[in-house]
Design a protein around this ligand. Structure first.
Ligand SMILES: Cc1cc2nc3c(=O)[nH]c(=O)nc-3n(C[C@H](O)[C@H](O)[C@H](O)COP(=O)(O)OP(=O)(O)OC[C@H]3O[C@@H](n4cnc5c(N)ncnc54)[C@H](O)[C@@H]3O)c2cc1C
Length: 345
């Protein structure tokens, strides 16, 4: 039997961040992933942006999450020796004088100060973006090339642990008080990070699928910002997105999503680009839009990390650290993210 400290099932953003934290602690890990091409982490545009929503507000825990994510991805680049983390301003054009005034007010308060680079009351970056009322330039934002990140982490796992390109079959898992046994492998614990494929052990958790589609672009431009209003365009990976459709659970791209994104792009972007493709995936979302992490109520050595929803890039680094600290050092998990909130007994 091959021994390890932990088995990780699933190597999307959730599993990759858990794996990195465990490798940083010199733990021996075995990671299984079936390389599903439509996994959210492979399709994602990789944007991280502290101000989101139709009525824009700072995202949940922005102060903690963004500082942590910057440090984490920079360290991950060092460890893997590869590049995938690109801090870059996000520019959000205003759509009215009223909105401009609102943001001028907000920018004077301490709450937003560290996330706002500048509020413009007149059009800027005119050859790149439509912004008749000016807009807001955000900092602490940017993108992660998620495919490159997953590959970099996989290389490290192969170098320092064991990677198995295979579907994890929960039926083959044997759990005892001291260890878990999976096929020829024995470990102290298992962490399940399989996104929308929630397994039977955790079927009491309310993870649902939120479909998203992105357009794949080509452009020779080097825009100054990630432009974001209705749609966003992430240069480098050249993805424009994303749609949110909770009523469509069918696999495949749709003409409706293409039309929606194309219309958004035409309104927003003024630099030349070409649409060369389209992709789709399903985000693992929870009813309260908070992640899911913690220990199985019956099996002490079985854990889950899931529910990253629309913001995996910023949630995964911070909450994977929290989960690993919980597993290894008995530290507490944020109550809003702990799976205990869905355990009623
Ligand atoms: C179109 C779209 C755009 C998005 N854009 C952004 C964005 O710009 N910024 C952002 O922060 N977030 C974005 N997201 C959300 C982000 O992708 C998710 O929050 C995140 O990827 C979820 O990661 P995960 O690891 O939990 O799940 P997944 O990405 O689904 O990863 C699960 C992994 O487990 C593997 N797996 C599943 N079942 C098994 C099994 N039984 N055995 C072995 N392996 C298994 C899969 O192959 C996969 O590799 C986007 C999502 C979509 C769909």
């Amino acid at each position: 039997m091959r021994q390890a400290d932990y088995i990780i099932a699933g190597q999307g953003l959730a599993g990759s961040c858990v794996a990195l934290h465990l490798l940083m602690r010199n733990r021996r890990i075995i990671v299984l992933d079936d390389d599903y091409p439509q996994a959210a982490s492979r399709v994602a545009a990789g944007l991280f942006n502290p101000v989101t929503g139709k009525m824009p507000a700072l995202t949940w825990m922005a102060d903690d999450l963004f500082t942590y994510a910057h440090e984490f991805y920079a360290k991950a680049e060092q460890l893997t020796g590869l590049s995938f983390f690109y801090p870059m301003p996000v520019y959000r054009p205003f759509i009215s004088d009223e909105e401009q005034r609102l943001w001028l007010d907000k920018s004077r308060g301490p709450r937003f100060a560290r996330f706002i680079q500048k509020v413009y009351t007149h059009p800027v970056f005119n050859d790149e973006v439509t912004n008749p009322y000016g807009g807001i330039e955000l900092r602490q934002s940017g993108y992660v090339n998620t495919s490159a990140f997953l590959q970099a982490v996989r290389n490290l796992i192969i170098r320092e642990g064991l990677f198995i390109l295979e579907r994890f079959d929960e039926g083959a898992l044997k759990i005892s008080a001291e260890e878990v046994i999976y096929q020829g492998y024995v470990a102290r614990g298992i962490i399940i990070c399989t996104g929308i494929n929630t397994t039977g052990l955790f079927n009491f958790l309310p993870v649902s699928k939120l479909k998203g589609e992105v357009l794949l672009l080509r452009s020779n431009c080097r825009p100054k910002c990630i432009y974001n209003r209705g749609v966003y365009v992430v240069p480098g990976v050249w993805k424009a997105g994303a749609t949110y459709n909770k009523h469509d659970s069918e696999s495949g791209i749709t003409a409706a999503a293409r039309a929606e994104l194309e219309a958004g792009l035409q309104k927003l972007i003024r630099y030349p680009y070409e649409i060369i493709g389209q992709d789709f995936g399903f985000r693992p979302v929870t009813p309260d839009r908070r992640p899911l992490l913690g220990r199985h109520p019956e099996y002490r050595n079985v854990y889950i990390f899931n529910g990253l929803g629309t913001k995996g890039v910023t949630l995964a680094p911070y909450f994977s650290a929290q989960l690993v600290d919980f597993i290894e050092n008995d530290k507490t998990i944020n109550q809003e993210a702990d799976i205990k909130r869905y355990i009623f007994r």
